[in-house]
Design a protein around this ligand. Structure first.
Ligand code: KG4
Ligand code: ZN
Length: 342
């Protein structure tokens, strides 16, 4: 059996629509559209819910048409929309749009967990279905999670952040030194030519019990550094050194927690997804951590690491292939956990 699934993603500031074609052998992307307004969010220093919702409302119909045109026939048998976790009003727009579209096209509908999309992306970005068991690190602007994915119906959270998410730390530290939003990519660019160790930041939770993370201490340490070295907030080599140190600190913390989680669970595959996984220094730290732990690192391929609708379409297709009951009644759940126990 082959299915064509349309996925809709509106959990945060990205508006995404994608179509995939899938069977038991794997899943391939047919067409995708992704839109965001970094200039709007950047100018305001972050995401403004009402502007984000208006952006989704305006963009969704247009990019859905475009995806259907690009896909050729435009037909699909199932629609899936992100219904959590995320920004409630933004989720509601995508969910209502997805249900209406599925109803009008007489197709079935699934409410999809955004984080399950992130769990899928390292595999489906290569055309494959997830392999179990595996340990997953999701590092984005809203989440820093270590998930033990035992099988498709059973997964548990074994590590989470006690305060800021890793991406949030990148964004906040970047802002402190005058870099634009989103801070992670700006910081990675600025780190070229910089060296680790010239301005020292702590490695919060490194060596601590358990697998939790904490990044808020980096802000306080950076504040003290900035008081002493105001030149860090302007263009130049000093800021490059600072950015290289931030990447190293966050990368080392993530790597340390992953090593613990790998030894605790005995998993041999570590997956990596979410916006922060685009960072090369972070990637190298995790690759090294996996190697030291006798595991293989599988990161979401380019374009699939940040928020996208292709991963939502892929989870939707899997639901249809597994003949799961459609869930028209599911409401938006801003705090929907990725943990699953059935
Ligand atoms: O997964 P994502 O697109 O959206 C969610 O938050 O769900 O992740 C966005 C986050 C932002 O905090 C952004 O600064 C960070 O990922 N990010 C990066 C890089 N690209 C995106 N952080 C570090 N280095 C990057 N190259
Ligand atoms: Zn995300």
């Amino acid at each position: 059996m082959k299915v064509r699934a349309l996925g809709i993603e509106t959990s945060c500031d990205e508006t995404g629509v994608a179509m995939v074609e899938a069977d038991e052998g794997g899943c391939s992307l047919i067409a995708e559209e992704l839109a965001t307004r970094p200039e709007v969010h950047g100018a305001l220093g972050g995401i403004v819910p009402e502007l984000t919702v208006r952006q989704h409302l305006e963009i969704l119909p247009r990019i859905t048409l475009r995806v259907r045109e690009k896909a050729g026939t435009g037909d699909f048998s199932v629609v899936g929309a992100t219904s959590g976790p995320g920004l409630a009003p933004a989720l509601l727009v995508g969910l209502a749009f997805g249900k209406a579209l599925a109803w009008a096209e007489k197709s079935s509908f699934y409410a999809i967990n955004h984080l399950e999309g992130h769990l899928y992306s390292p595999f489906v970005s290569r055309g494959n279905w997830p392999v179990y068991p595996h340990l997953a690190l999701i590092v984005s602007g809203g989440h820093t999670l270590l998930v033990d994915a035992i099988n498709p119906r059973e997964r548990s959270i074994i590590g989470t952040t006690r305060d800021d998410a890793a991406g949030e730390a990148f964004d906040k530290l970047a802002r402190m030194v005058g870099l634009e939003y989103p801070g992670g990519p700006a910081m990675e660019k600025q780190a070229y030519g910089g060296e680790v160790g010239n301005y020292v930041l702590p490695r919060p939770m490194k060596g601590a019990e358990g697998c939790d993370f904490s990044f808020s201490g980096l802000k306080n340490a950076a504040r003290l550094l900035l008081e002493k070295h105001p030149e860090l907030a302007g263009p130049g080599l000093a800021r490059s050194h600072f950015c290289a140190e931030v990447q190293a600190a966050i990368g080392e913390c993530l790597a340390d927690r992953c090593c613990r989680a790998l030894s605790q669970t005995g998993r041999k595959v570590l997956t990596l997804s979410g916006g922060v996984s685009a960072n090369q220094a972070v990637y190298r730290s995790l690759e090294e951590a996996a190697r030291r732990s006798g595991a293989k690192l599988l990161a979401a391929a380019g374009g699939w690491n940040t928020d996208n609708a292709a991963m939502i379409a892929a989870v939707t297709a899997r639901r249809a292939l597994d003949h799961l009951a459609p869930n028209w009644e599911t409401d938006a759940d801003p705090r929907w956990s990725v943990a699953l126990n059935s």
